[in-house]
Ligand binder design. Structure first.
Ligand code: NAD
Ligand code: GLY
Length: 386
């Protein structure tokens, strides 16, 4: 396996994280002010035209500067914008985006550019994967969550009425430009939710990084070297896992720490962002995964309790009871979990932990154990120790 490497790059001197995936290899550039130089970097990929896919909120903030940067580099530019929010990861919006790309006569040598959060990245990436049987695409992630997770690794897709991300494709971007300055306009709630995916890397396999995240949270919010480090370090962690297991045959499932619970809760609230956004579901899910691990005797109740307390200290939700209007009954949550992509042979898979930074993939977890745990959580009476 080729190592994930860093080296300084041009212009605003971003950090460069290389994702060595053979003919699908690409760079992730992280730094403040990258949007202004996006035109040259994208033109250098050899395209003559770019279809920018975004959402209406991001369009109002950043479509103008990106358009100017792309045109300034000699590219023909078109724009397709969808409504903000999870509801746009739908068949209807996929059709609209595909039609927009085709109407703009984007050819195989051209590019789709995803400018936005994880919703836009997943939707635009999937459209790029299927239009003309595959177009190249560039990710310009504008949320913290998208910069540290969804823009890297090539998972693209939309939701089905049966559950989240159930229709999609693996399609790696050709370049990721993470301009950390655009996070200055992100609402505080979205920034905090995205930070759940940052601390996730610490909880999975890097206890010192988890500690660092807690210690540097105020500087990361303020923006500056700590923010850039948090994004770059997260990208390195994700790239390492993706390079080892691009199509999630094994180890990549670790990146789903907290997601089996989180996705089920998101489904229960019908993906209504007024009640819950994805990162909040992940935060609750990670706290639940540690308490579930403690209930199964895999990690100590003290460690599980301390993870919950430390996530709460970051202002993150950690309980089913935190979901406005309720997170659903244990049976409803369990039914939703059976649509999880990690279900194998009708059996549930969870990411569990022996401690902070010691997560592992647990297959064949008995449904009765999950139900008992969720019943206790619903009554607010599972392990809280420590
Ligand atoms: P999002 O894309 O809905 O963005 C959140 C909100 O922030 C939106 O209203 C958006 O308009 C707004 N916004 C975006 N950038 C902004 C900016 N710079 N300033 C102001 N407002 C801005 O949500 P998200 O949290 O970025 O992504 C969640 C999605 O990502 C989910 O659908 C999830 O399934 C997906 N995801 C995918 C992967 C993957 O590997 N493909 C990984 C994690 C999450
Ligand atoms: N966000 C999980 C993954 O990319 O595999």
């Amino acid at each position: 396996m080729t190592a994930v490497t860093d080296s300084p790059a041009r212009d605003v001197d971003p950090v460069q994280v290389h994702v060595p995936l053979g003919e699908r290899a690409y760079d992730i550039l992280v730094g403040r002010g990258l949007l202004a130089g996006a035109g040259q970097r994208i033109a250098a990929l050899g395209a003559r035209a770019a279809a920018v896919v975004t959402d209406d909120t991001v369009a109002a903030l950043y479509a103008g500067p990106l358009d100017a940067a792309l045109r300034g580099a000699g590219l023909r530019v078109s724009l397709v914008s969808v409504a903000p929010g999870e509801g746009s990861k739908s068949f209807g919006d996929l059709e609209r985006v595909c039609d927009g790309i085709l109407a703009a006569r984007i050819e195989r040598g051209d590019l789709v550019v995803a400018l936005g959060g994880g919703v836009v990245g997943d939707l635009a990436g999937f459209a790029a994967a299927i239009v003309r049987r595959g177009l190249r695409f560039v990710q310009i992630p504008t949320t913290l969550l998208a910069q540290v997770d969804s823009s890297v690794g090539g998972k693209t897709g939309i939701n089905s009425r049966h559950g989240k991300n159930l229709v999609g494709a693996f399609h790696q971007p050709s370049l990721v430009l993470a301009d950390t300055a655009v996070l200055d306009t992100l609402p505080a709630r979205e920034f905090r939710a995205g930070f759940a995916e940052v601390v996730k890397y610490g909880l999975i396999a890097d206890a010192p990084f988890f500690d660092w995240c807690l210690e540097h949270w105020p500087e990361i919010q303020a923006g500056g070297p700590a923010r850039d480090h948090a994004v770059a370090q997260s990208c390195r962690a994700k790239a390492k896992v993706v390079v080892a297991d691009e199509r999630e045959d094994g180890e990549r499932a670790l990146l789903n720490l907290g997601h089996t619970f989180g996705h089920a809760i998101e489904r229960q609230v019908a993906y209504d962002s007024r009640r819950l956004v994805h990162g909040e579901g992940v935060a609750i899910g990670m706290a639940l995964a540690f308490r579930f691990s403690a209930q199964l005797g895999l990690c100590s109740p003290e460690v599980a309790a301390s993870v919950g307390t430390r996530l709460e200290a970051l202002g993150m939700p950690t309980e089913l009871a935190c979901v406005p209007g309720g997170a659903g009954t244990p049976d409803e949550l369990l039914a939703a979990m059976y649509q999880d992509k990690k279900v194998a042979g009708g059996e549930l898979t969870f990411i569990l932990a022996r401690g902070i930074g010691q997560s592992f993939v647990a297959k064949g977890v008995p449904a009765d154990n999950v139900r008992t745990f969720l019943e206790a959580e619903s009554r607010g009476r599972s392990i809280r120790g420590g």
